[in-house]
Design a protein around this ligand. Structure first.
Ligand code: CTP
Length: 407
């Protein structure tokens, strides 16, 4: 075994690899995990070894790949590997592997490991769309999620051969980030398992003509942190993203939109079966009354025509007033510069939501930064202060408050 990867304080990760062509992408995930200081034991299934050989796993992890239940029996590998792990991630997780895991089979080293692991388990599925959508797979996924496993939603895109659709392995970088989020939370569990949550993020753009728009400075980072954190807590997540230049978080269904009207349409559709919706997007209150189909040209000696604006619908107020499901929780965001608490309370009442995350914005706070500071106001009179910290920490506080209210 390699000395460099065996630091006792390094988080111990088991990378399970099942037999799909996306196994080659697990090499990239493995590289990211080891380079960032994780001690990784790779447990490929026999089918996975048809795609990527043992030597590759051993070389990239710096330790022998664990392939056989009947090897080194004196070390009881079928129990020990799972027991000692801080995280088990299975990437790619095939339909067959998830079926075996859901039914508690233990017919190879990886399924034995899954039965003995008491740490968080993340499945990153990859398969053809038909297999993913099959009721058998969907029931197995629901079973795994109900038991607390995190099953990432597959990405949409090119599959093996000429097919495209849902079933693609999420990008290794995104799976890696998902693993980090889960490890950061430690054994805090998946209190949003079985829940569907909708998050809006980014800032809308309201077009004037084909090349110009009215926009805002929202980066989308807080909304993306909310989506990634909810996924790590076991939720099925739909992220309605407006112009955020950020990679799709792994395991999250992302709907890309641009304007406030598109965001409204996507949000209304997504909330139909949602337990909670968090409106973190900066939605433009106004849009140009008229969209000019050709580029507006300057004409020497002629003043430009003024831009007339009209109001956009208030999506948060609409979702709050007209809940798609009884008991659905609605969370809004507010950016205030002065009288933060008083303005926040008034806005909470005006919008009719259950929780309002009030940010104080200024020259150096809020937009574009990785840090946030806020107070979360509840319609029930509660007030939760969140000190300056990473956007993930604020996201966790929001989900704590949501989970408590859903329970
Ligand atoms: N929001 C929305 N639809 C809009 C505008 C805002 O859903 N057309 C949502 C945002 O997603 C966010 C909250 O409302 O959750 C932000 O409200 P804000 O824009 O600050 O509220 P306003 O009522 O526009 O406040 P102000 O008058 O301070 O601009």
């Amino acid at each position: 075994m390699s000395a460099t990867t065996d630091r006792t304080d390094a988080p111990r990760v088991v990378l399970g690899v099942s037999g799909g062509i996306a196994a080659y992408k697990a090499c990239e995930l493995l590289r990211r995990l080891t380079e960032s200081g994780h001690q990784v034991t790779v447990v490929p299934t026999a089918a996975a070894l048809h795609f990527v050989g043992e030597a590759t796993w051993a070389a990239l992890s710096g330790r022998p790949a664990a392939t056989e239940t009947w090897e080194s029996v004196h070390q009881v590998p079928h129990v020990r590997i799972g027991q000692q792990a801080d995280l088990v991630v299975v990437a790619p997780a095939t339909a067959d592997l998830m079926a075996r895991a859901a039914h508690g089979l233990a017919d190879d080293l990886l399924t034995n490991t899954l039965l003995t692991a008491r740490c968080p388990v993340v499945f990153a599925p990859a398969m053809h769309t038909e297999m993913w959508e099959h009721p058998a797979t969907q029931e197995n996924v629901a079973t795994l999620r109900r038991r607390g496993a995190i099953v990432l939603e597959p990405a949409v895109g090119r599959l093996t051969g000429v097919d495209t659709g849902k079933g693609r392995l999420p990008e290794p970088s995104a799976i890696f980030e998902a693993c980090r989020t889960v490890l950061r939370r430690g054994g805090l569990g998946t209190d949003l398992a079985g829940r569907h949550v909708v998050v809006s993020a980014g800032g809308t753009r309201e077009p004037l003509d084909p090349v110009r728009f009215l926009g805002n400075r929202s980066s989308g980072k807080q909304g993306y942190a909310l989506a990634a954190t909810a996924a790590a807590r076991g939720a099925r997540v739909t992220l309605v993203s407006a112009n955020a230049e950020l990679p799709d978080p792994a395991g999250v269904d992302v709907v890309h939109v641009s304007t406030a009207l598109q965001l409204r349409e996507a949000a209304l559709k997504a909330v139909a079966d949602a337990d909670a919706v968090v409106m973190a997007a900066a939605v433009a209150d106004f849009r140009p009354a008229e969209y000019v189909t050709g580029k507006i040209k300057k004409v020497d000696g002629v003043e430009p025509a003024p831009v007339v604006l009209v109001r956009n619908p208030d999506v948060l107020a609409e979702l709050s007033a007209d809940r798609a499901r009884p008991g659905q929780l609605v969370v809004g965001f507010a950016a205030e510069t002065d009288d933060v608490l008083a303005n926040g309370r008034a806005k909470l009442a005006r919008k009719g939501c259950d929780l309002l995350v009030v940010n104080e914005v200024g020259e150096r706070k809020g937009f574009g930064s990785d840090q946030n500071e806020a107070v979360v106001l509840g319609a029930d009179g509660t007030e939760t202060a969140v000190p300056v910290g990473p956007k993930e920490a604020l996201a966790d506080v929001v989900w704590d408050l949501v989970a408590a209210r859903l329970a």
